[in-house]
Write a protein that binds this ligand. Sequence first.
Ligand code: 2PG
Ligand code: MG
Length: 421
Amino acid sequence: MEPITALKAELVPLGNQQTIRAMVTTEHAQGAVTIPAGISVGAAEAKLIDPAQAVQTIHEVIGPVLVGKDCLDQRSIDQALMDLDGTADRSHLGVNALLPVSLAVARAAAAALSRELYEQIAELANTEPRLPETIVVALEGGKHAPSSGLTIQEFSLVGSPATAAQIIDALDAQLRQMGHPSTTGGEGGLVLSGQLTNQAALQLLLDAAIKSGTSQPQLALDVAASHGVIPEAEVRQLVGQFPIAIIEDPLEQENLEQWQAWTKEFGTSRLIAADDLTVGNPRMIKDAVQQGVANCLVVKLNQTATLSELLDLVDLVRVGNWKIVVSHRGLETDDAFITDLAVGIGAEYLKAGSLRRPERKAKYDRLAAIRIHLQQGTTTGSTVAPQAPSQPPSNPMTSPPDGDSRTSSEEPSVADSPVGQ
Ligand code: 2PG
Ligand code: MG
């Protein structure tokens, strides 16, 4: 028993808006979490309330109920949060009042038990920690970077952040040489100056990867098709032409029959990832698994209001043998909770932007620290072996791809990689 003694919240700047930081204090520990925010928010996502209102709700409505409760009992705390809200879409108290509290409880519990956050999450999830493969955003478009002229939201490299950084630098130099200088987007990817098509951009990215020494590059796209006008025929052509291992929201969310057909056609060799399609909603995810409309779930903060609900979603999709991508949001803070989440739930992938933005780099730095921790089996005496990416990859349905041509033993060490600086 580790009773909660205080719950505090404050506003934190996030881009040109504000977000919430919640801090849980117990008899022996503290845990604070700051939540991110989306830009391309799914139509059916859980509802946010005004940030100042969320802070007030945490102090006046949630705090009085949680103080005195056992911080180690995540399930009953999350149940209390859900009961207090009482709505399916979390519109009463707001996901931005509920979620930072639920996550901060987990962080405080980990501190109280002198363990790492990912270990606490793995115990709650009843699974083995696992080091995810990383998906690094190289080019930004869509709603995240309308000026780029690209209608696809994210063009990413599957592989180590350090290798991806080299490829992004090479692409940046190439674009300058072509007279199309790019800028750095909010997620750390490059934002083009509007002259290139999706296809031309992908070709340049692929060329940069090969020139940088990656023999079998693997790419990932977040088409975010519900947020723009992207003909199915165009996406289909790109998938046929380029080594795209993971394709997120390739189709509009209403188009379930097309999703099903895509999963049948491409799903044995590629991951068809549902983000806006399922928006963290348990009913929609259950249906999606039953109907076979995708084979991979994107897990994002704010789509679910509590950690326990999120863990239940993982169980739901594992029944259907789906893979999991834990993803950053369009607007991020330097809180690396999602890295511990990805490791703790045993996700196959972590998508967290690129090293060019410090709040994204923080996620990869944390992954490097966890890698060392797992290798050393420290704190709790854990002997869990790190599941570093295995030898060449290829089929993401049978093993996480490793777009990096290096083998796991050649993985850059924390010391010599910018990730660990
Ligand atoms: C996504 C995320 C991250 P947003 O669609 O996968 O890029 O975007 O947070 O804006 O929903
Ligand atoms: Mg997405």
